[in-house]
Design a protein around this ligand. Sequence first.
Ligand code: NDP
Length: 287
Amino acid sequence: MAAKLIDGKGLAARIREELAVEVETFHKTTDVQPHLAAVLVGEDPASAVYVRNKQKACEKCGIKSTLHRLDESTSQSQLLELVDELNRDVAVHGILVQLPLPSHIDETAVLDAVAPLKDVDCFHPENVGLMVQGRPRYLPCTPAGCQRLVAEAGVETSGAHAVVVGRSEIVGKPMAMMLVQKGDFANATVTITHSRTKDLPEITRSADILIAAIGRPKFITAEMIKPGACVIDVGINRLDGKLVGDVDFEAALEVAGSITPVPGGVGPMTIAMLLQNSLTAARLQTD
Ligand code: NDP
């Protein structure tokens, strides 16, 4: 039986429509337009596309977006100066530093420099700490998108075994932390796996909810999936000129209960969650 497709594109469009109404109301009542400043360093074409998509999405829902494009040769102190300027600009509510940064720049130092209230990606240790403690200011965009997709699939998370493959600071680790929280769409029993994990297929096969955030095309095969499981594919990989996820989608369709496509799954949800955080940021910084 073919798995149910979880339509991230459709869900993200609905969320964006609702947000547009909320942004308009906020703008009218406060005279403040939420404003997200994006910082792009260097010429990485994929990063440029991501930033452009985020900017377009902002504009469509009434959030002002500005782009600060810096040369590949920008020094760390120049970048930190810009971040400081944006931190102090009261008209800017959210700051997005597009990753990856060029190798001569210490990414952690730059992300730590973003004012926590403007950290709409939820990368700052203060915001990560609040999230881990179950009192989030912002939710990290990609994991929050995944959580909404599990909810959209109608899958019960409470008591379910969720297996997260990948332990990055951006996806795997915060994803696991969110699913283990007390509360709605959480309360799962969570296993985090990574490249040193032994017997990975055995662990993934016990997952009621399987989140793949690895960055390796079609790594999760049908044999690694429990029949009926909810499979969320975070991966974005290029294979033979096509975008594919970390899950062998065609084969997984025959085993999983529900599954996100790539593209059209997690990607659009990540952007929708960023917009949501940008509105929250404007609210938190407006008296
Ligand atoms: P990272 O490269 O930072 O992390 C990958 C993780 O996968 C690591 O923890 C690594 O383990 C683990 N891993 C690698 N090989 C294996 C293996 N053989 N078995 C088990 N685990 C393994 O990637 P990200 O988390 O940043 O991104 C993951 C994917 O998601 C990428 O394709 C990325 O493009 C995509 N992505 C998509 C987004 C979206 O909006 N849809 C947003 C962000 C990312 P270890 O720690 O041991 O090295």
